[in-house]
Write a protein that binds this ligand. Structure first.
Ligand code: HEM
Length: 480
């Protein structure tokens, strides 16, 4: 492929296939690590091709990533067939849409999700209830085993999703409801099958239609979304029957149905449709269930591996909260706890490439030309592990986020696990509150220790569209 003038430097690959077949030679398992190693050779902005005409730009250093996240010409999203497969084959939802449609739907969702509880203390009671149930479950499991060994695989998801579901649909799931367990499993399988790098390979639609291996290679698992969509439709129908347009909206579905009804009369080309509502909800469910529970899981793993940090956190929690569970009001008086949470997010990035961006017109990063239509992979993992800003980046050291006497958290401008700019995570406030309340309460309530004669819980993430933790067991003892 002939590279455009001033295209970023990068490896060349084969005439028709581009560089993709060689990526795994840099790191066989993790594409974000492969891209980082390529950057060490070519610089922070690397240009490659996947296929004959698909420019892929990989951006690694903090300066370059920050510049790109604030460049509105890079606020597009690439065409990813696996993502489209989850939204009826149409450009719907929030994550993979762009332009005016995205702005309108994102603004609406943000405003109302905030009013309904995102980032608000009004949802704290709900969080505490869910947490109470989770703690009971862990206590029961711990009591049942003579050695107090508890399997912590996937255990946080139900509680996390119930908080989000209260805001979206005004309901909660029973922890052991088999239908719900099935939805969670399907959701996890979709996330694990997804791939933010391979997902961009331009495979023609007819090949995808006829060849299952091609679909699987780029992470399409459309069959898993169907039961989800059906379940959401039934929930919407239930809401419709209760006449949501009269009286006060109870939840996001009510708010959206009200808007749909209003626009139906006023605006014949409205974007507020039933399919869009289903797409948004399935996306929020997916984003919410996986990422927040993975963050809690990784934090617990780090604290099992670093018993000293766990004890320090427990001492702080005991001193500040006494015999009570931590609340959002305690947060600013818990600098060490906050530092632990930040450090776990820094060491174990959930969204190592953010969500892939694309160039909506010809533009620049660090002076290089980025042609319109390029896929832009912004390596948040490389920012959070950038040795220019983080000394010994691979070491888990909460103190690095604290001032010298440990009394204040240092807010650094190179810590942004939720991204930056207009495409920044839409659920960050809900995620931060849930992550804090759950992790802090679990550590206050229990001591988590490694299982004797077994390897320590792994920090190697499970690959997928986002990164998840490997299932693990721990000795969990209630603290008096
Ligand atoms: C610890 C948990 C989470 C992390 C680390 C995280 C991180 C991210 C990141 C890095 C992005 C991409 C930003 C970009 O493309 O530049 C993103 C996007 C997004 N996140 Fe999150 N997220 C988390 C939790 C959540 C939750 C709880 C929700 C919703 C309930 C959510 C909904 C979304 C949505 C809808 C987008 C797409 C926004 C857009 O394209 O405009 N996330 N998230």
């Amino acid at each position: 492929t002939k590279r455009p003038h001033n295209f970023p430097p990068g490896p060349r690959g084969l005439p028709l296939l581009g560089y993709l077949p060689f990526l795994s030679s840099w790191d066989p398992q993790y594409p974000h690590k492969a891209m980082k190693k390529i950057s060490e050779v070519y610089g922070p902005v690397v240009g490659m091709y996947f296929g004959p005409s698909k420019p892929i730009i990989s951006v690694c250093g903090h300066e370059a990533v920050k510049e790109a996240l604030h460049n509105e010409d890079l606020d597009g999203r690439p065409y990813i067939p696996a993502a489209l497969g989850r939204t009826f084959g149409e450009h719907l939802g929030l994550m993979f849409v762009m332009g005016q449609f995205w702005q309108e739907q994102r603004r609406f969702a943000m405003r109302h999700l905030r009013d309904l509880g995102f980032g608000k203390t009004s949802i704290e009671d709900q969080m505490t209830d869910e947490l109470g149930d989770l703690i009971k479950d862990i206590e029961n499991e711990s009591e049942l085993d003579p050695e107090r060994i508890v399997d912590l695989k996937g255990i946080f998801q139900v509680s996390v999703i119930n908080i989000l579901w209260a805001i979206i649909a005004g309901e909660r799931f029973q922890r052991n409801d088999p239908k719900f367990q099935e939805l969670l499993r399907a959701n996890e399988m979709m996330f694990r099958a997804g791939n933010p790098v391979r997902g961009n390979i331009p495979i023609p639609a007819f090949v995808l239609k006829h060849f299952r291996f091609a679909r699987e290679f780029i992470g399409i698992k459309s069959e898993l979304i169907k039961p989800f969509q059906k379940f959401v439709q039934v929930t919407i129908d239930d809401h419709q029957q209760q006449n949501p347009c009269e009286g006060e909206a109870r939840d996001f579905i009510d708010v959206y149905l009200k808007e749909m009804n209003k626009q139906k009369d006023e605006n014949p080309s409205t974007n507020f449709t039933n399919k869009q509502l289903i797409s948004m909800i399935t996306e929020l469910f997916g984003a919410g269930a996986e990422s927040t529970s993975s963050s809690i899981g990784f934090a617990i793993i780090h604290l099992i591996r670093d018993q000293q940090a766990q004890q320090k956190m427990q001492i702080e929690l005991d001193q500040v909260c006494g015999q009570f569970f931590p609340t959002l009001n305690h947060r600013s008086s818990l600098p060490y706890t906050e530092a632990v949470l930040m450090e776990a997010q820094r060491c174990s990035t959930i969204a190592p490439f953010a969500v892939p961006h694309s160039a909506v017109k010809d533009t620049h990063i660090q002076g290089y030309t980025i042609p319109k239509g390029s896929v832009v992979l912004l390596n948040l993992d490389a920012v959070l592990q950038d040795s220019k800003y983080w000394k010994d980046p691979e070491v888990f050291r909460p103190e690095r986020h604290l001032n010298e006497d440990g009394t204040k958290v240092i807010k650094s401008d190179h810590f942004y696990p939720f991204g930056l700019g207009r495409r920044m995570c839409l659920g960050d406030s809900l995620a931060k509150n849930t992550y804090f309340l759950f992790t802090a309460a679990l550590i206050k309530k229990f001591r988590f220790e490694p299982v004797e004669n077994e390897p320590l819980p792994s920090l190697n993430p499970k690959i997928g569209f986002t990164l998840g933790y490997q299932g693990f067991k721990a000795v969990v003892t209630p603290r008096s």
